[in-house]
Design a binder for this molecule. Sequence first.
Ligand SMILES: NC(=O)C1=CN([C@@H]2O[C@H](COP(=O)(O)OP(=O)(O)OC[C@H]3O[C@@H](n4cnc5c(N)ncnc54)[C@H](O)[C@@H]3O)[C@@H](O)[C@H]2O)C=CC1
Ligand SMILES: CC(C)CC(=O)C(=O)O
Ligand SMILES: [Mg+2]
Length: 354
Amino acid sequence: MKRYNISLIKGDGIGPEIVDEAVKVLDTVAGACSFTLDYKEYLMGGIAIDETGVPLPTETVEGVLKSDACLFGAIGGEKWDTLPRDLRPETGLLKFREEMGVYANLRPAIVYDELVNASTLKPEVIEGCDIMVVRELIGGIYFGQPRANDGQKAYNTMVYTKPEIERIGKQAFEFAMKRDKRVCSVDKANVLEVSQLWRDTMEEIAKDYPAVELTHMYVDNAAMQLVRNPKQFDVIVTGNIFGDILSDTASMVVGSIGLLPSASTGDKTAIYEPIHGSAPDIAGQGIANPIATIESAAMMLRYSLGEVEAASKIETAIRNVLKDGYRTKDLAAYDAKEVVTTAEMGDIIANYIK
Ligand SMILES: NC(=O)C1=CN([C@@H]2O[C@H](COP(=O)(O)OP(=O)(O)OC[C@H]3O[C@@H](n4cnc5c(N)ncnc54)[C@H](O)[C@@H]3O)[C@@H](O)[C@H]2O)C=CC1
Ligand SMILES: CC(C)CC(=O)C(=O)O
Ligand SMILES: [Mg+2]
């Protein structure tokens, strides 16, 4: 029987609640598809600060690098917000992504037929919507030097080198080749030099993909177009900060941020994580939607472990659970037959797999 080593980082806030449900579903599907998952837990974020004094312990990076894939919950919370920047949970996460070399963050935003009434947008505007946001994850303004805040003056720097743009651009075009063959590159080239280089580089890459249509859009317009007519997009490729913002925007096309998964990939171990944060406002109440994390686990099975049948089983179970009207609180207003807790949602999805 095949065995895989999975590193788990539960993190803070709702992190442990949603990762526990994903593990429940993973174990069920592993049983159904005859493979075994061996888990090892690692600390990161606020809990790591509390227990070890740093947001990213060395053992976490070393352990994850040795594993076949990493499932990640979320980090952060008010308790750690006043710490110096280097000690904050978010700094640990950025350092983790950098150490793992996960330059491509793939954030699918797919509207489920079963949830077509869940969006604040009209059903006809979103029906069949299927967008892949390809977000650059280890460059741009979140990482650029110099950066500082002396209490009187603060600055950050947005930097992209051509090779960084080329590697994320190629990923986007490769995805587009397997989809509707349309790439929309989002930037702010009317203002930023870094976006001018981004745009020129995307044009150069496009020459190697004549079957793919490349368009460009300024990020302010892209945010507006996402909620006006999301179906115009197939693959969106963009930098770190723009992708962060646009993917949260896209979640409202789908219905809830609790539904959107992601894969953070590079040349080493990939990280699978919901796009949302630690949601401290709802932590510990059993109302978080675990579907984004369970979908992330399905992406892990598909992309890192090659367990495609198991991934499909999870995806089908989620659709059927939603079709049958089970909803966590975030989606309670949309065709709910029964409003369930985080743990009940995990149980129900697992039962639909059995
Ligand atoms: N990857 C990560 O670990 C991330 C961490 N963060 C951190 O998370 C903390 C909270 O940040 P926020 O800006 O509030 O963003 P957030 O994504 O945690 O929450 C935004 C809103 O969405 C809701 N929400 C999020 N996930 C949900 C789920 N699964 N089910 C139902 N509702 C859900 C929350 O209740 C909240 O009202 C901060 O410390 C932030 O730095 C933020 C984004 C990503
Ligand atoms: C918390 C940040 C470091 C990242 C973020 O918001 C994200 O990756 O979605
Ligand atoms: Mg974000």
